[in-house]
Each structure stands twice: as C-alpha cells, then as structure tokens.
Write a protein that binds this ligand. Structure first.
Ligand code: GDP
Ligand code: IMO
Ligand code: MG
Length: 426
C-alpha cells in the first residue's frame, strides 16, 4: 500500500503528526519536495520533535528517504541529525537514504534569498530565507551541484566557481568565501555520500514488492509553484503529482492520497487569504492553536475554513481521504463559519482565480453553524465527539464531496480518530 500525505491549504496542517501516526505501519517514509523551509512538529507523550528535512517517520525508528525533488542544505541536514542524537535517535545509512541526484542548497542560495526579498521591498513574499527559491532556480538552470558531485573534488570546485560566476553581479559586495565552503563540502563529502543511493531504483523495487511506502509532503497545495497563489508560493510543486518526479516512484493502483486539512485556515508569509480574520476570533484561533511558524517563529495568519479552496485542492491532488486536524481548536466558539463561495466584483466564483489583480477583491460567502462549546481535546473515538462537532464534520463532507477518514483532536499520536477504523488496514 502507498500513502501520500499532502497539505491542502497553505502548510502547517499537521502533516508531521499524521506521518508519524501512519508510519508505524510503514516500511519507508520519503520526502519528495521542498527543503528545510518545512517545519513538522511531532508530539509523543512529553517529547516534542521538530523536523525540517528528515521525514517524520524517523521518530518512529523507521527507514526514511529524501528524494531528488527536495533541495538539500547539507549544513542543515547535519545539524538536524546532531540534534536528534540528543533525543536518542541515531541516524545512519541503515535508516536514511538520500537520492544520489538530489541538488544542494549552498550558502550562496541563502544570501540570494535574502537579497531577493530585500529587492522586492513592500512586495516581499515573506520566504523562510532558507535559500529554497534560488536553489530551485539553479536546478532548473542546470547549474546546480548534486550530492553525487561531492565525490569529485575538481569537478566540485569547477561547479562552485561557475555558480559564483553566474551570480557574481548580485553577490560581489558580500563577504562569501567560496574557498571556505568548498573545503567544508569536501570535509562532509564522505559522510553525506554514505547516505546516497539510486533511490528511484530502491523504491520501485519496494513498490513491486508491495511494501508500505509513505510519501511525506511539505508546504501546502496553495503554495504550489503552478497551482498556488502565485507569486506568493514556494518554489516547488507541492501537490501529490510531484511524488513521481520527486522520487522516481512510478504510478501504482493501491495509492491513497490523504489531504491533511486544518479545521480552520492559516497562512505564514504574504499573499491572498480570502477568509482571514482580523478580529478577536482570529486572535483566539492563533492563541488556542499555537499558530507560530516552526521555522521562522512568525505568527501565522488565521481564518475560517475555506471549502472553495479545499475543493480545488481535492481535485488537484486526487485526494482519496481527508484528515481533519485541530478540531479541538474550535471547541470554545459559539459560531463557526465556513466559506462556501467567492464573490468578485459582483460575480460568483467556485474556485480561486489565477489573476493576481483579483486576489484582493475576493469576498467570501459564508455558511454559519453553531459551535459545540465543549471540549473535544484528546477524544479518540468518533462516537465520543459532541453531536455539533459531528455536524460540522458532516457539513464539511457534504461540501467537499469526500469522506473525512481521520479526525485529529490534539498534537499527540494518541489524539487521533480513525473514523471507520479501516484506513490503515494494510
Ligand atoms: P505541518 O507543517 O503540516 O507538519 O504542521 P506543523 O507541525 O507546522 O503545525 C501543526 C501544529 O499543530 C503542530 O504544533 C502540531 O503539534 C499541532 N497539531 C497537530 N494536530 C493537532 C490537533 O489535532 N490539535 C492540536 N491542538 N494541535 C495539533
Ligand atoms: P510546512 O511543511 C507554511 C511559505 C513561506 C512563504 C512562502 C515561500 O511546515 O507546511 P520559501 O522559503 O518556501 O521560498 O517561502 O512559503 N512556506 C510555508 N508556510 N508551512 C511551510 O511548510 C512552508 N514552507 C514555506 O512562509 O510564504
Ligand atoms: Mg509546518
């Protein structure tokens, strides 16, 4: 069985928690896009783990892999591995594979990310400044350094020279010592290459063997470079189709796509957000939901559930099941709103249009329901949920025309409801 875990909104939907939960049944967990711009938080009893690059299955002592669709910052990876050691999680070539064709994020990319943001002035995208965009630009521009290049010092030197030469106009006033990080990379080369494998081959062999593979998405569908709220997006394809080009895994029938969906909506960084709340309810959601970015510690913007956006995500990803997270955050509200349509200049839309100049004119049309005003936190049986919370779930299912197969009522593994108890029948 194969599972893809994908965020349906603007990220931070609780993907890490769900990957950790599902990974108990998995033989391999694979990241397929993004980089260390991701921040996945996993709570297991009194311990909280924060992962940026490593797949969340690592907490469960599972075999993990980082696919070629990811851009890899070697310094960030080593730092993350060292941090996990402090929690007793040891990472070696028996539990981590890295695709040998993965492209690297280098210090020059972080500098460029910073400079590009400055250049945009008030139109800043609010990136995580991890060098993601510039690293993908160099990948597409066919200038990138791949992990397999680290084996060849003279080729590596030549490629770093080329890269700096290409970017020289922008970076010449900054003190970035090429030699320093060339030496650094050389000193890390053997260690990094100890993880590097032809991943496409390994995962297809596992697929043929019908092993259980979980593909862990980062960011969310509305941050997709093609289908998100461009240009306020990340620089990778975040939708489920990216699994194939981001790992080399080929299409197979028994593949479920789980759309991880917050019971409300959040966004970090700039860009349109039709259901954003600027009132006390927005503040309440932020505080109750602890909505602060894992990577940049920024406050996340909060708003009502947007069924229009979700229907779009469900189609784009081919979602088979919705996982509804953070239901408990809505516990205290007397009224809950769901966006069921958009109006722009008097015209109704049942999708988010691509024209940038329309973004700010979107007026959400709401359906309002009564809140349950009792606690759902920690409930792990569907029948124990209050009737009005079940009503909220049923209304969402009706609007989205899809099953909600898992409901999450808290950050811990145990605070999870497998609604029909069948999702993990492997
Ligand atoms: P990801 O990027 O999609 O993995 O999500 P993040 O980890 O960035 O953000 C989700 C946050 O919500 C984390 O702090 C989780 O521990 C927490 N979380 C996940 N599911 C639930 C839930 O059902 N209820 C509550 N209250 N918190 C949750
Ligand atoms: P997870 O995996 C939420 C946002 C940034 C910014 C935009 C572009 O934790 O859900 P980038 O650094 O990627 O060039 O920034 O994308 N962003 C995220 N927002 N969750 C994430 O990841 C994000 N990764 C990037 O805030 O608006
Ligand atoms: Mg996150």
């Amino acid at each position: 069985m194969f599972y893809t875990i994908v965020g349906t909104q603007w990220g931070d939907e609780g993907k890490g928690k769900i990957v950790d939960w599902i990974s108990s049944k998995a033989d391999l967990i694979v990241r397929y896009q993004g980089g260390n711009n991701a921040g996945h938080t996993i709570k297991v009893e009194d311990k909280v783990y924060k992962l940026n690059l490593l797949p969340s299955g690592i907490i469960n002592n599972k075999k993990c892999a980082i696919g070629n669709g990811v851009v890899l910052d070697p310094w960030a990876l080593i730092n993350e591995i060292d941090n996990l050691k402090k929690y007793g999680i040891n990472i070696g070539n028996d539990n981590l594979y890295i695709a040998d064709n993965i492209c690297l994020i280098l210090p020059v990319h972080k500098l460029l990310d910073e400079l590009n943001e400055k250049e945009r002035g008030i139109n800043t995208l609010g990136t995580t400044k991890k060098g993601i965009g510039p690293a993908y630009e160099d990948k597409v521009g066919r200038r990138a350094i791949r992990i397999c290049d680290l084996k060849y010092p003279s080729l590596l030197k030549q490629k770093i020279d080329n890269l700096h030469n290409y970017h020289r106009e922008k970076i010449s006033n900054y003190n970035l010592s090429l030699n320093d990080y060339y030496k650094d990379l050389l000193s890390m080369a053997d260690y990094l290459n100890s993880f590097s494998v032809p991943l496409w081959k390994i995962i297809n062999e596992m697929g043929k063997n019908n092993d259980t593979i979980v593909f862990e998405g980062a960011q969310g569908s509305m941050l997709d470079i093609d289908f998100g709220t461009y240009p306020y997006v990340t620089s990778s394809n975040t939708i489920s189709g990216q699994v194939f080009s981001g790992t080399g895994f080929s299409y197979r029938n028994n593949h479920k796509i789980l759309g991880i969906t917050k019971a409300y909506t959040t966004r970090v960084g700039s860009g349109p957000f039709p259901t954003e709340l600027h009132d006390n309810i927005g503040i309440y959601l932020g505080e109750k939901g602890q909505e602060f970015g894992t990577v940049t510690k920024r406050k996340r913007r909060c708003g009502w559930f947007d069924a229009i956006l979700l229907r779009q995500s469900i189609m784009l990803n081919g979602i088979t099941d919705i996982v509804l997270t953070k239901l408990d955050v809505l516990d205290e509200l007397s009224e809950i709103k769901i966006c069921v349509g958009y109006e722009i200049d008097g015209k109704k839309y049942d999708y988010l249009p691509n024209e940038e100049f329309l973004y700010d004119k979107i007026q959400p049309i709401y359906k309002s329901i009564n809140g349950w005003q009792t606690t759902t936190a920690g409930i792990n049986k569907f029948r124990d949920l209050p009737e009005k919370a079940i009503n909220y779930i049923r209304i969402l299912e009706e609007l989205l025309e899809i099953k909600i197969s898992i409901v999450s009522t808290g950050p811990d593994r145990k605070e999870t409801i497998d609604v029909n108890g069948t999702l993990l029948n492997i």
